[in-house]
Ligand binder design. Structure first.
Ligand code: FES
Length: 263
């Protein structure tokens, strides 16, 4: 699908430099979508060396727009940060599976940095008093999202915490939150960078709390054709005959239960 850029809003300013952007596109003609799914996106007219599209979690789909968040981490995202209103982008989606929704289960949403994106859609689509725990450290003050309606809603309906900067304190606090949800027979959903997910996975297995992780894997096609997004799975899954397996993140994920995968 070709979609027009409505606007591009920088947020989470660090010493005058925008690290994060919210890209708002015209609403795609999708039947349904679910929080946790992603899109592949490529601006029209990229040169051959920038041919590959990039995967982005869907942040929100409203009647008017589709929003994704991205962080400038390399050449491709730097080019995305140069988009202007009226530019055209190619979008494939919605792709992949989505987060579990269990309205009667206490649910903790763990966002590492820009991993907050799918939870904005999640909180919107499934309103209830979620616990959202964020790892923005000192880089992004709470509630600084570029859309008032989003931040108001999250602030009103959820309980948020900022993580301590000290790594050990951060892991201890994360561990105590997850132990609390293990006790309540709750559910934990996490999205963020790989070291963050690895810590969440280890704590999930340690405390025995059901946990889903949304993997941040490099993808080139997003539809199972290039084998560029393989991740390692744990014992006996998906094939009970194999000690360790491999699956494509784009078609089997990007969301997996913590005991299904290894890093
Ligand atoms: Fe190509 Fe998954 S991104 S197979």
């Amino acid at each position: 699908t070709e979609l027009k850029v409505l606007d591009l809003v920088p947020f989470g300013l660090t010493s005058g430099e925008a690290r994060f952007y919210a890209l708002r596109l015209e609403r795609p003609d999708w039947g349904t979508w679910a929080p946790g799914q992603f899109v592949m996106l490529r601006p029209a007219g990229w040169a051959l060396d920038m041919l590959w599209a990039r995967p982005f979690s869907i942040c929100r789909v409203s009647r008017r727009d589709l929003v994704i968040f991205f962080q400038v981490v390399g050449r491709g995202t730097r080019r995305l940060a140069e988009l202007h209103a009226g530019d055209t982008v190619h979008v494939w989606g919605p792709l992949g599976n989505s987060f579990a929704v269990e309205p009667d289960t206490p649910t903790l949403l763990l966002a590492g940095g820009i991993g907050i994106a799918p939870f904005i859609g999640y909180v919107h689509e499934h309103p209830k008093p979620w616990n959202v725990w964020m790892d923005f450290g000192h880089r992004m003050p709470l509630g600084c999202y570029p859309f008032d309606s989003i931040s108001d809603r999250i602030m009103a309906d959820t309980h948020m915490e900022e993580c301590p900067e000290d790594l050990q304190k951060f892991i201890d606090l994360l561990g105590s939150r997850m132990a609390e949800f293990a006790e309540k027979q709750g559910l934990v959903l996490a999205c963020g960078p790989t070291p963050f997910l690895k810590t969440v996975r280890d704590l999930a297995l340690h405390h025995g709390v059901r946990t889903q992780l949304s993997l941040e894997t490099r993808m080139a096609c997003g539809v199972g054709a290039c084998l560029g997004c393989v991740c390692r799975t744990t014992e006996k899954w998906p094939d009970p005959a194999k000690a360790e397996g491999r699956v494509q993140t784009c078609t089997s994920g990007p969301i997996f239960w913590a005991d299904q995968i290894t890093f």
